[in-house]
Design a protein around this ligand. Sequence first.
Ligand SMILES: *Cc1c(COP(=O)(O)O)cnc(C)c1O
Length: 388
Amino acid sequence: MKQLDRIYLSSPHMSGREQQYIQEAFDTNWVAPLGPNVDAFEAEIAAHAGTAGAAALSSGTAAIHLALELLGVGAGDVVFCSSLTFIASANPILYQGAEPVFIDSEPETWNMSPGALRRAFEEADRKGRLPKAVIVVHLYGQSAKMAEITELCERYDVPIVEDAAESLGSTYHGISSGSIGKFGIYSFNGNKIITTSGGGMLVSNDEQALKRARFLATQARDPALHYQHSAMGYNYRMSNLLAGVGRAQLQVLPHRVDARRAVFERYSQAFKDDQGFRFMPELEGSRSNRWLTTLTIDREQTGVAIPELIGAMAERNIEARPVWKPLHLQPLFAGVAYYAHEENDSVSERLFESGICLPSGSNLSSSDLDRVIGCIREQLKIASGLRV
Ligand SMILES: *Cc1c(COP(=O)(O)O)cnc(C)c1O
C-alpha cells in the first residue's frame, strides 16, 4: 500500500519573499551576525509588539536567558515559572544558578493560575524569599490571565518575563502578546508560527536594557580598539541572513494567524457533537494565534486513550503529540516546589493526561485535515465497538 504523505504537527511555511531578502544580503555581502536586516527586523518586531525596542537573538531560549540576566537573577535566587510548558522556559533559570518554583495552570486558559501564584507569593513573602522574576508562558498561543497576574506581581514588586514563544500574533485586550511584562520573548524556531529556521527576539520598553542585551549577546565587548571585556558575555546574536527570512515571514503573520485559526475552527466543528471532546478555550478579550490546536479527550466518555490515538495516527503518517509534560513532573526538576491550582487539584497534570496537539500548520490542505479528522473518527468507532 502506498504510504500517504506525512502530515506534520507544524511545519515551516515560506511566503516566497524570503529569498529576496537573502539575495540582498548576499549582494551587499552582509553575511554576518548583525547588519541591515537585523536592525530592520528589530524595528519591525518592536512596531508589531508596540514596544520601544527589540533585540534579535539566536533563539527564544537565549532571549529568556538574557532577560533573567538583565533582571539580576543569580545563584540562590528564586524564579517562579509556569509548569505546563516546554523545558526551554525554565532551563535559563538553571543557567543562572537560580532555583525554579513551578506554578500550575487554571482551566480557562491552561496557563498560570493566579490562585496558585498568590499562594506561592504569600508563602515566599512569609519566608522572606520573594522571587526575582516570574516567567509567564502563553501556551499554544493563548494569553494567560495577565490582568490578575500583573496585579499580584506589582503587589510584590516582582518583574514579569512573558514567554510568548508560541503566541506571536496573539492579542490580550488588543495588546500584543509579549508586550505587557518587563520583558517579552519570541521564538522563530522551525515549528513556530513564523520561522527564521532558528532565532529569537527580546522585546521591552526599557531601551537601556535592550542595549545591554545586545552588548551581552556579542561577547560583552567593551568600547575599545583592542578586545577588552569587563563582563561575561555570550554569542547570542541573530545572523543578518536569518533576519532577512524573519522580515519576509513577519509580513505574512496576520495570514498565518487566520490560517491557524481556520484549522482550529475546522477541528472544533468536526467534533462539536462528540461527548468528551474539549478544545482549548479562548479567554474573553483575548485572541489566540491558535499556534497548535489542542484539546482534551476524556477516556471514560470516548474509550480513546491519548497514547494509543497518537500511535494510530503515526501509523497513518500523521504527527500528533501529547500536551507538554508539566515541568514539576520532569526528572530534571525532581524535588522542586510546585503550587497547584487548588490544594488538591493539579490542572496541568489533568491536561497532560488527556491532552493532545493536532497537526495545525498554516500550510495544511483541506484534504490533510480530512485525513486527520477521519483517522480520529476511525479510532472513536473502534473504541465504541470495543465497548458494546
Ligand atoms: C519554542 C519555545 C521556546 C524556545 O524557543 P527556541 O527559539 O527554540 O529557543 C521557549 N518557550 C516555549 C514555550 C517554546 O514553545
